[in-house]
Design a protein around this ligand. Structure first.
Ligand SMILES: *Cc1c(COP(=O)(O)O)cnc(C)c1O
Length: 474
């Protein structure tokens, strides 16, 4: 058979380890890593290629290039990457403030310093400083969270997904949890409310319709098997038109009449009324607590601007039950998270401090004029590289909150529009991405868009070099 012959031929002509290691470009790259680890990586790549040849269809087989120099160059690039930190700094010029793939919220300097101090040696993460007794790690942030949200108690776990699971499981294992059909959200990948309910060992009872859920829908669904009424914030989508949902206050009242708890998965831990800044409304944690929710859970690294974690605040008697759940131990976070979270929460104690030092608030409240000015100053610096190669303009555009906060509501901004003359926009965006450090942009209307809302001063020299490298010799 022709395919088997081709396969055999490719395998027979595939370069062996010793010869591959001697090709200068790879040999050079391997000096960056301890020898055994370097060889391990090269062997893996060679083996992957062998497996690909062994399993490829005919059409794919014809595209496999085993030219030794090419192979060595590819693997050398991989070796360079492995020698550098894998979680590598990146420039976010996409204007998406909470970009999940780029690490969601940047941390405030205060939070970074706190992490550094906690990482350096030992710390009192789970010990009471005065009695020397084993302490409760939630106490580091409990007073802050209670003060900021009006709740009685708090608990912190690995992320909001974990918070939701531990909340459901603690409140209603083996029982029914009533939720509106309009709130059965999927938050990227595997966080889908029906699956989360199943894994939390509760029985989901859906009520209402996609667009409308009434108080009576919840009321009619309550039975002796009910364990919890749950509201989930539709963080990443909007249901508009002929719609109705039940406010927290009414859900909480109904739950309490039946001696049941009511919980609110609010998604983004927003503590500041964004409408004051002319931004779209996002529900506030303290309002849910005020309106009677017994438990509210949210992410630490969305609007809160802290480290990845999930925060549950609410009534002490329920938080006490949650804290006893072994899942909390399994989902708990470490000293680095607590340090960063405490420092981030302290920024919220003073409005002035918050607006100058909290990165998410700072980026969010930048005005289009301020952003446009920075973009024009920058463009003047790189203008000489672009002449005759790319049309540039600063135009009105939009930034996004990202991570499912403020869904469907863009934030006015000024953006740089790049229209390359002799390459495609995909090609240009690719070149930005392949820069060191990688630069992430957006493609819109046949143009590459850079939004300086999310560009930090430290990024500017890198961005300038990126423009120079991309446009200079082309
Ligand atoms: C983002 C979000 C989650 C998941 O939070 P993670 O911190 O990403 O685990 C859960 N529920 C809602 C409503 C969300 O918006």
């Amino acid at each position: 058979m022709i395919i088997e012959e081709k396969r055999k031929k490719l395998l027979n002509s595939l370069i062996g380890m010793p010869n591959l290691l001697n090709i200068p470009v790879l040999n050079e790259a391997l000096r960056k890593l301890p020898q055994l680890y370097g060889n391990f990586l090269v062997r893996n790549e060679l083996e992957k290629l062998r497996q690909r040849i062994l399993t490829a269809e005919l059409s794919e087989l014809d595209t496999i290039d085993i030219e030794p120099e090419l192979l060595a160059a590819d693997i050398a690039r991989l070796i360079h990457d492995k020698a550098a930190p894998s979680v590598y700094p990146a420039v976010n010029a996409a204007g998406i403030i909470l970009h999940t793939a780029l690490g969601r919220s940047p941390l405030a300097e205060e939070a970074r310093m706190a992490v550094n101090t906690a990482a350096e040696g030992y710390s009192t993460v789970a010990i009471d400083r005065y009695s020397g007794k084993r302490g409760d790690r939630y106490l580091h942030v409990q007073d802050l969270l209670c003060f900021l949200t009006g709740a009685e108690a708090a608990c912190v776990v690995n992320n909001n997904s974990a918070a939701t699971i531990v909340l459901l499981n603690s409140m209603a294992e083996g029982k029914e949890v009533i939720v509106s059909r309009g709130q059965l959200v999927e938050i990227g990948g595997s966080f889908r409310i029906p699956d989360v309910m199943m894994r939390s060992k509760v029985v989901m009872v859906e009520v209402g319709t996609t667009n409308k859920t009434h108080l009576r829908d919840y009321k009619n669904a309550i039975s002796e098997n009910t364990g919890l009424l749950l509201r989930v914030h539709a963080s990443n989508y909007l249901i508009t038109g002929f719609t109705q949902s039940v406010p927290v206050m009414e859900m909480a009242d109904l739950a309490h009449k039946h001696d049941l708890p009511m919980a609110d998965d609010i998604g983004s831990g927003c503590l500041i009324d964004l409408t004051e800044f002319g931004l779209p409304h996002e529900p506030l944690v303290q309002h849910s607590i005020r309106d009677g929710a017994d438990l509210v859970c949210f992410s630490g690294d969305k609007m809160l601007g802290g480290p990845q974690c999930g925060i549950i605040v609410g009534k002490k008697r329920y938080i006490d039950i949650i804290k006893k759940n072994p899942l909390v131990r399994a989902f708990r976070c470490g000293k680095l998270t607590y340090s960063a979270l405490e420092a981030t929460l302290k920024l919220f104690l003073d409005r002035e401090t918050l607006l100058t030092k909290h990165p998410v608030m700072r980026l969010l409240t930048r005005t289009p004029e301020e952003i446009g000015r920075k973009e024009r100053v920058f463009l003047r610096k790189v203008k000489s590289f672009l002449d005759g190669k790319c049309e540039t303009k600063v135009i009105n555009g939009f930034s996004q909150m990202g991570s499912g906060s403020l869904p469907g509501r863009d934030i006015p901004s000024k953006v740089i529009q790049l229209k390359p003359l002799k390459m495609t926009v995909d090609d240009l965006a690719n070149r930005f991405r392949k820069n060191d450090p990688p630069v992430y942009t957006r493609i819109e209307n046949e143009a590459v868009i850079l939004d300086f809302r999310t560009v930090f001063p430290k990024d500017l020299p890198h961005l300038q070099i990126a423009f120079e490298m991309i446009f200079k010799d082309w």
